[in-house]
Write a protein that binds this ligand. Sequence first.
Ligand code: GLN
Length: 248
Amino acid sequence: MKKSKILSAVLGAVMFCTACVSFTGCEAQKKTLVMATNAEFPPYEFYEGDKVVGIDAEIAAAIAADMGYTLVIEDMAFDSIIVAVQSGKADIGAAGMTVSEERLQSINFSDPYTTASQVVIVKEESTVASPADLVGKRVGVQLGTTGDIYSEDIEDATIERYNKGFEAVQALTQDKIDAVIIDREPAKVFVSQNQGLKILDESFTDEEYAIAIAKENEELLEKVNESIRKLKETGKLQEIIDKYISAE
Ligand code: GLN
């Protein structure tokens, strides 16, 4: 009797210790959610000092928090994001990334969190008045984006590919190209930062943004979709968008 009491006391103490060790261990290394992005894409992701901020950064942080994870942001070239997600270097890709059939061959997308469009930026005095006028023109795009992919359909156009969207806009201001095709919100930011540019009324394409997740990571896809659903229901998603995009 005595012996077994001592034994259970010892066992109890051991179990308590293990529990407390693993608990503190758990606290010390909180799980992380790694987001791959290209922080050249205001207002979705851009630098404020040495910190990446923006709509995607905040949505991803809210998703991570909902899952009990800490968000870590990895900045890279836009066309490296899908590879980073596929290889497991990053858990999610959040980069104003458009859902496309082509990308769905290699990765999964979460439920969309916003609609978007590709627009055409031209000089104020340009003769290009609608996307149909781009035939035969020199068109600047950001490498590997939907602007790049879809502009290939423009008849006789010369496509100039840049690593960063604002480099394409710079080339336009220097008359090296006739137009830039890029997502609407960054286009608005770039046009506001440069004189003599305008965005055509008619958009080039209409799209949806979603979060990229590796094909085999179905559990994460479900969790992210669940968090997005909550963010939509609580109005938090709209709140984040409204913080960066003022209503027209
Ligand atoms: N929405 C575009 C795409 O998915 C551009 C995204 C970006 O440049 N960050 O290709």
